[in-house]
Design a protein around this ligand. Sequence first.
Ligand code: F0G
Length: 442
Amino acid sequence: MDILTSCPDCGSLLDIEYEWDKLPVPSSMREFESRWSNRRDPLDFSGVWRFRNLLPFAADKDIVTIGEGQTILQQSPVVGKYVGMNAGGLFLQYEGLNPSGSFKDNGMTAASTHARMVGAKVAACASTGNTSASLAIYASTAQLFRVVVFVGSGKIAYGKLSQALDYHAKTLQVLGDFDDALERVREVAGERGIYLCNSVNPFRLEGQKTIMYRVLESLNWQVPDWIVVPGGNLGNSSAFGKAFTELKALGLIDRIPRLAVINAAGANTLYQLYEQQGVRWDGGMSGDSVVETFFSEMDSENRKASTLASAIEINRPVNLKKCLRALDACDGVVRQVTDQEILDAKAQVGAGGFGCEPASAASVAGAKRLRAEGVIAPSDRVVCILTGHQLKDPDATVAYHSGNTALFEEKLGMRGVKTAEFANSPVVVENNLQKIIEVLER
Ligand code: F0G
């Protein structure tokens, strides 16, 4: 059996469409709430499969779940103030609470389920770290298939690398960056019939739709004004657009929120194409030549992505088209933020919430920019998606708080980070009661 992720003729990624009129769809999103009372059933416990009627591609018996999606939405006054919102207007969706510590588990439960449905023996992915950690945890807990992960040899955060190793995934450090690793894994998967679990896999995106269902559920099924999400390979943004388009078509919501996708300035392909060059979805038909020229210039100038937000250090986002479709459906905008803005925003997320890894804070930095531009109004309700757990990348956090910009450069390759405005530096003190009290009273 061939497992395709893209059209053999045009090369575009495959997409999943359901014949909704033949499927049991609830008449209201509130119906899903009843499943909370049946939490001993692993499918109803899962924050993904609780909504299985909205991703109905698998029979219950095939579903692979490890309790993903127990994530929460919280209002954050500290971050709201930083962004410039009115009181109560800023919400953080903590996807770092997933079993492997990032939003990837929402999609990997779906991809693992499909892998089981097709009897896959080996699954693979390329990763900046979180996808590999997620695939590896599903393989280690489900024991249904073996896993090989391809990581770039550059800046993978140790928290993430340690997960792939600890979950016993075969780990290949490709001498190249993420874009190279993804190209290679797609080739190898095609050659060897290996099941591919990157977000080129449309089932991944089906699972990631549920992040939006949980956001709506937490807001008592009220649609917020904005969803703000970091953009790397653009799987999340694509999935969110699909989720809202489907919910609207099914009459389960009455309006679609606006979507803001935030690139790191050092990995800003989407920003360049969408905001600078005006590329639009346009039914999937136009913009191809602009996009091709953009990538061929990128290759000829040997431009590589470079940002301390290593999770989104991606120059060749595979879900570009699907993301353009999402931006079209959600009246979307794209912004880029510097590494400095990302680290400052991350420190505010830590000071006023559970914390997050650098890439995740791009959402908050992006919201702040959009607020300053007046695109987001102070009275809006804004949900920033925090995609990964704070402990994924402690090096960046410690470097920032110790205010050691030389360390940024040397250890993390952080360029352009000059200040640590919100640093909470550790205080060195003598091993002596009196001295400690003196420090505390300062
Ligand atoms: N935030 C985090 C923490 C991520 O790990 C990623 C992607 C993104 C945001 C971007 O999401 O690709 O859906 O736009 N990480 C991938 C990986 C590429 O390999 O772990 P996207």
